[in-house]
Design a protein around this ligand. Structure first.
Ligand SMILES: Nc1ncnc2c1ncn2[C@@H]1O[C@H](COP(=O)(O)OP(=O)(O)OP(=O)(O)O)[C@@H](O)[C@H]1O
Ligand SMILES: [Mg+2]
Length: 364
């Protein structure tokens, strides 16, 4: 987070034609890769925080199909077959992207002399009889995501092992063997099932069954190209990691906010006591020495009933939940995050309706 935050800040201050922009962009890309690798390891250990959304899988596929050509190269034809009238699923879109990226990377490696990669989506209803024969997937309504390549195929002796972590047939330095282990972990985390079929010399098909849901779709996510939103409220930033705190403070000040910062809970109580004005929002780490974020919020609630709270943490949901009544769906940001996503989250939390705020308007 520190690396990418400072790179983001540096990029903001460099003129468009500045020769160092390229170097900074490289740093950000490398930090992004480190983040992805961490995510992969966490997903694979099922420790990753999930952000479930009700969505149409076709929107995720469309989004990702724009990034795939760069991954698979020019010699592989990409065919997308979005299913019509597709049912909705409740998944973490970022994780699903990760799944498709990993499967596409494997397909690419299996087709060194080119070929075709097909990605399809479709509704499917599995009845008792079918699920009995296939046994892995229970009967029910699913949206199935199919990824097919015309590559080398998977030899029967490897088939039983492909989902194992660190199982790879690729040369040293080429594969870590975490791709499919990650895919498996993610599919399970999203309540899905994965099925694979391969024929040596002809190709491989992966099918991912995701349970269909009938809830309404969530609002679309903001595009990554959008500028970070600004604001002018007063924020109390509580973070024990000095380098992270400093980068956030610098960014938020540049974004127009008045920023008070504190290195732990005790310090935050003192800062809040000494500050005469309104504090609109406290952004606090959840797990900190001496006093955690939830306890800190509790202690401040009496003196500052209108102050909103946004919790951040690098810990997984289960750990965060052990640290108090924290709303991990709307008032929480999983570390590592980019400064831009912090900026958006702040607007979201400050903009959210709070009936209590109307009744008590006027006090700080
Ligand atoms: N589409 C495919 N075609 C042929 N073989 C495959 C395909 N997908 C996976 N495999 C086989 O399964 C093995 C494990 O795949 P996995 O994605 O887990 O690891 P990897 O690709 O070797 O390394 P990493 O993904 O970590 O870079 C591969 O080494 C390869 O032998
Ligand atoms: Mg792989």
């Amino acid at each position: 987070m520190v690396i990418s935050a400072y790179a983001e800040l540096m990029l903001e201050s460099l003129a468009v034609e500045h020769p160092l922009r390229r170097n900074v962009t490289e740093i950000m890309t490398a930090a992004g890769r480190a983040t992805d690798l961490t995510r992969q390891l966490l997903a694979f250990g099922r420790k990753q925080m999930q952000l479930l959304r009700v969505l149409d899988l076709n929107t995720v596929i469309t989004e990702i199909s724009r990034m795939l050509p760069r991954l698979i190269g020019e010699d592989i034809q990409l065919v997308i077959v979005p299913g019509g009238d597709l049912g909705r699923v409740k998944v973490d879109p970022v994780q699903i992207e990760q799944v498709v990226m990993n499967l596409a990377a494997n397909a690419r490696d299996a087709m060194p002399r080119g070929g075709r990669l097909t990605i399809e989506t479709a509704n499917i209803q599995l009845d008792e009889e079918y699920s009995h024969r296939r046994s892995v997937v229970p009967a029910g309504d699913y949206v199935v995501l199919t990824v097919t390549d015309l590559g080398l195929g998977i030899a029967p002796e490897h088939m039983a092992h492909i989902f194992e972590p660190f199982y790879t047939t690729k040369e040293v330095g080429k594969g870590t063997g975490l791709g499919l282990a990650t895919v498996y972990g993610i599919v399970k985390q999203n309540s899905g099932f994965i099925w694979v079929y391969s024929e040596a010399g002809l190709g491989t098909t992966f099918k991912i069954y995701l349970p269909r849901v009938w809830e309404q779709s969530a609002a679309p996510l903001l595009s990554p190209l959008e500028k970070a939103p600004r604001g002018s409220e007063t924020l109390l930033l509580v973070e024990d990691e000095a380098a992270v705190r400093k980068s956030e403070e610098e960014f938020l000040s540049l974004s127009g906010y008045t920023v008070l910062d504190a290195k732990d809970g005790e310090h935050a109580l003192r800062v809040a006591r000494e500050y005469a004005g309104t504090i609109h929002l406290m952004i606090s780490d959840v797990v900190m020495p001496h006093m955690g974020g939830a306890e800190l919020a509790d202690q401040l609630a009496a003196a500052r009933p209108l102050m909103r709270v946004l919790f951040v943490s690098g810990y997984a949901e289960s750990t965060v939940l052990q640290h108090g009544a924290i709303d991990v769906t709307s008032r929480f940001l999983q570390k590592p995050f980019t400064l831009k996503s912090l900026a958006r989250k702040i607007r979201e939390v400050l903009g959210a309706e709070e009936p209590r705020a109307l009744a008590a308007a006027g006090s700080s």
